[in-house]
Design a protein around this ligand. Sequence first.
Ligand SMILES: *Cc1c(COP(=O)(O)O)cnc(C)c1O
Length: 248
Amino acid sequence: MTSLPATGRRTELAENLAGVRARIERACAAAGRPASEVTLIAVTKTFPVSDIRLLSELGVTDIGENRDQEAAPKAAACRAAGFEPTWHFVGQLQVNKVPSVISYANVIHSVDRLRLVTALGRRARMAGREGREGREGREVTCLVQVSLEDAEGRGGARPADVAALADAIAAEPGLILGGVMAVAPLGAPPRAAFGKLRRIAESVRSAHPRALVISAGMSGDLEEAIAEGATHVRIGTALLGGRRPFVR
Ligand SMILES: *Cc1c(COP(=O)(O)O)cnc(C)c1O
């Protein structure tokens, strides 16, 4: 691995961040939306804690990770170093990882089946009893991940199952229903897929008025996502650069 001196990396991240913020502002202006409606989540998978620290110093408040094995030690290192961003877990989630993910994640974007809802609720309530955050119950925001693919693909609930999952999250003490999340399908125009997500989000919202989050848009398609109402964009490559396979 080549390592840039910290000042070089800081400059690089600052420039990338300015570029991404400008894209978000242009996309919001084009959609007639205030840029303050869109939260930027920096997806830092495969990148070191030093980058998370630099991004935090540059004003990024929200950090996303997609694998618990990587995210848990990074969250612990950040906490030990005295900075605590809002952690978003955006990857596919296995039930056996729920206890760990609950211990650091503030928002879980990938809830796509009922078994996860029950496991997350139970662990959130247990985390509360252990006294974390000094109050009764640790409240974790959950998004229903929607599959926009025709075939079974990279996780996500079928659109027909979204309402029941949303109801289950809302009914689970310890969990807060935040809204919906999706990844654009491969090899199809993202705008149409995000339009479908927007309609699903609206129907969830009609039953749960506070479920306002639409997590959609990555480095390649944030404009299309913002045009279709995204409130949270998840940006890796455009902020941090190209990823190598993660090696521990
Ligand atoms: C990696 C990842 C992102 C960021 O992707 P980029 O194309 O690098 O911006 C967003 N969402 C999820 C779920 C991811 O796994």
